[in-house]
Each structure stands twice: as C-alpha cells, then as structure tokens.
Design a protein around this ligand. Structure first.
Ligand code: NAD
Ligand code: UDP
Length: 360
C-alpha cells in the first residue's frame, strides 16, 4: 500500500487528515518538529483510528524533523527507502500560520514556509517523489468586493504570512513548468502532480471528541476564543467591530469543518494519483458566509451556554467578508462540504469539554 508523508501531521488539520488516510488504507509517515503541537497527538490519532499494535508498527512511521533542515529530510527519505518503503506522495501542512506573528517575525515565516518548502521539494525531487499537496490559504487573495472569491481572482496578500503562501504557490507553478497559474487545472510538463489548496476558515473537531485543535499559546482566531469564553476559561469575547458593511455589521467568514477539509485532501490525492502531471488550484470552503454574531448564536444554541461579548475597535488588517466559491472543488474532486455551522460548533464544543475532562 502507498506511503504518504504528512508534514505537520500532529497539527490541527494534519492530525484530522491522518485519520482519514489511515481509514482509507494508506500508510503514513508522520513528520513534525512539534513547535506548535505535541507528540501526544500521535496517541490520539492511533486511538481514533482504532489500530492494534501490529498495525501501528506496520502502518505508521514517526520522524521528529524540522523541514528547514535539508539533511534530516534527506535522511528520512533514505531510511524509508532502506526499509523498502517508498514515499508515494507528500501532503505538506507544516508551517507557521499566524498573520499577526508573521508581521512581527517575517524572517521566521519566510524561512519555514518558503525555504522549508523548497527543501522538501528538492528532497522529493531527488527521490523521484513528485506528487504534492500544499496547504495554501484564502489569505493569498487581496481585499475584494467580489464575493464569492474565485481561484482566478487577484492574488494580493496583505501580510507576510499571506506573502509566504502566495510565493510558495508561485514556486510550485515554476517547478511544474506552468507559467499560467490562474486556471484551476493546468497540464504540467515536469512530471509533477501538484495541488494548491486554499483553505478558508477551518474550525470544529473530530466527532469522537478525541481530536481537535491543540495549539501552543493563546489562540487568535474567533472559534477557539468563543469556546474558551463558553467554557469559562475566558471572561468575555471581544468582537472586532460592528460597523462592517455586512448583514449585521460584524465580520463574515466561510467556516469549514476540519473533517470536510480532511476529506478534500483524500480526494485530491486520489485525483492526482490517477491524473496526468498537472497543477490543480482549488478553494476549499462551503460557499456560505457566517457573521461573528451568527457564530456566537449557534454556539450558544448548541452548548446551552451564554457567550458574553463586547464590541471593540476593528482589528488592524481585517477584511469585512471572505467567502469561497467552491464550485471548482466540486467540478474537479466531486467534493462538497457536508457539515454546517451547527456541526462545527457541536464537535468543537465536544472537543473542548473532553480537553477539560482529560486535562489535555
Ligand atoms: P498547526 O500549527 O496546527 O499545524 C502545523 C504543524 O506544523 C504543527 O504541528 C507544527 O508543529 C508543525 N511545524 C511548524 N513548523 C515546522 C517545521 N519547521 N518543521 C516541521 N514541522 C513544523 O496548523 P494547521 O491549522 O494544522 O495548519 C496546517 C497548514 O494549513 C499550515 O501550513 C497553515 O498555514 C495552513 N492553513 C491553516 C489555516 C487555519 O486556519 N488553520 C487556514 C489556511 C491555511
Ligand atoms: N474576531 C472577533 N474577535 C476575536 C477574533 C476574531 O471579532 O477575538 C472576528 C474577526 O474580526 C473576523 C472573524 O472574527 O471578522 C474571524 O476571525 P479569525 O481571526 O478567526 O479569522 P480570519 O480573520 O483570519 O479569517
């Protein structure tokens, strides 16, 4: 069976994708430096996947590696080959993801998100592994009044984080030999099969309550902050502005359940494996916009708890509205998000409660 290298596998989206990879019969190589996750997540992946000890040693390999270290990547590929396990594809989640931190530390973001990615691609090339799925982001688009956002819309990132994602996307287009980057699927003349997946706002958790977002440090995003206020860890939620040109004045986003996102990765892999060399660029969102107030209301309904909030100033650099046009994901992958805001809140809350119970 195929071996899939998952970089950033113990992170939020990577860990949920590992569950579906294992369930679909793939073997996985877990690669992470644990800078924003914990090795304990591997236990959670195993628990949710229901693997016995024989299957664990046969189907999962773990490497603690920093993608910025070229030699370590090379050693990892070579040790897999020595044990007669060829890596057939890479899903590349490893990276730094905070817009605010990227403004403070642009060097670190460029080093990890761009140089680290180039290291990985070079290593893959030297082991003739040329199927690659990249975690890109809706932050590559500039502020736009055209909603929903299409893949062909203007790429104009507004932060160092967004710039690193857009630049690495361009690098991938260059190595695949595709100069035209606007169409969704373009034939590649360099044998590479590449997908650039632009996520909108991933939230929620695995429905078992045994896997969810577990970042180090204080969250900046709305969903984990609402969960913290709901659980009493935080007193009050600040809403960043209620004077945006939106349905109720608060910011609107396209929230997508993390398990829907994980499923899109599985379908992308299957698609790339059976296709000619190409580069595929897809938005992954639901196409539905939810305001801050609507998300709070749904959280309250699902949990039976109040989410106290106050209105504050707008956050610097915020967009009023961001919604994906997901039609190409339907066309190329036959993928469509199954879960709505209710399920996202329900599963996110179950994870929050199980963290409290198990002292995670
Ligand atoms: P995450 O921080 O939970 O996971 C990333 C993982 O990468 C972590 O486990 C971290 O320890 C690891 N990592 C970081 N630097 C590394 C390095 N140098 N070497 C090896 N491992 C390293 O983030 P996530 O939410 O799972 O996001 C995964 C990817 O998706 C990221 O590339 C992110 O930019 C992108 N993305 C995330 C979102 C989101 O809102 N979560 C939205 C759009 C795009
Ligand atoms: N938001 C908020 N209070 C917070 C965090 C976020 O009102 O403490 C708003 C933010 O202004 C935006 C929405 O929630 O309108 C989603 O923000 P998030 O940071 O989760 O995602 P992003 O802005 O990166 O898409």
């Amino acid at each position: 069976m195929y071996w899939i290298l998952v970089t950033g596998a113990t992170g939020y989206i990577g860990s949920h994708t590992c569950i579906l990879l294992l369930k679909s019969g793939y073997n996985i190589v877990i690669l992470d430096n644990f800078s924003n996750s914990s090795p304990k997540v591997i236990d959670n992946i195993i628990k949710v996947s229901n693997l016995n000890s024989k299957e664990i040693s046969r189907r999962i390999k773990v490497f603690e590696i920093d993608i910025c270290n070229h030699n370590s990547l090379d050693n990892m590929f070579s040790s897999m080959i020595k044990s007669r396990k060829k890596i057939n594809a890479v899903i590349h989640f490893a990276g730094l993801k905070s817009v605010a931190d990227s403004v403070e530390q642009p060097y670190k973001y460029w080093e990890t998100n761009v140089l680290g990615g180039i290291n990985l691609i070079q290593t893959m090339e030297s082991y003739n592994c040329k199927t690659f799925v990249f975690s890109s982001s809706a932050t590559v688009y500039g502020p736009t009044s055209k909603i929903p956002i299409k893949e062909s819309d203007l790429i104009k990132p507004c932060s160092p984080y967004g710039s690193t994602k857009a630049s690495f996307e361009n690098f991938l287009a260059d190595i695949s030999g595709c100069t035209e980057t606007l169409k969704c699927s373009i034939p590649s003349n360099k044998e590479w099969r590449i997908a650039r997946l632009r996520y909108f706002n991933p939230v929620g958790a695995h429905s078992s309550g045994n896997l969810g977002e577990l970042p180090k440090g204080k969250p900046n995003n709305l969903f984990p902050l609402i969960a913290e206020v709901c659980s009493g860890e935080r007193e009050i939620l600040e809403i960043f502005g209620n004077d945006w040109p939106t349905k109720d004045g608060t910011g609107v986003r396209d929230y997508i359940h993390v398990m829907d996102l994980a499923e899109a990765h599985l379908l992308t892999l299957s698609k790339l494996f059976i296709s000619d060399p190409q580069i595929l660029t897809l938005n992954l969102g639901t196409g539905i916009g939810t305001s801050v107030l609507e998300l709070i209301k749904t959280f309250e309904l699902e949990t039976g708890r109040k989410v106290p909030y106050k209105i504050s100033e707008r956050r610097r650099g915020d967009l009023s509205i961001s919604i994906a046009d997901p039609i190409n994901a339907l066309k190329y992958l036959n993928w469509k998000a199954k879960f709505g805001i209710k399920e996202m809140c329900r599963d996110g809350w179950r994870w929050k409660q199980s963290q409290a119970q198990n002292n995670i």
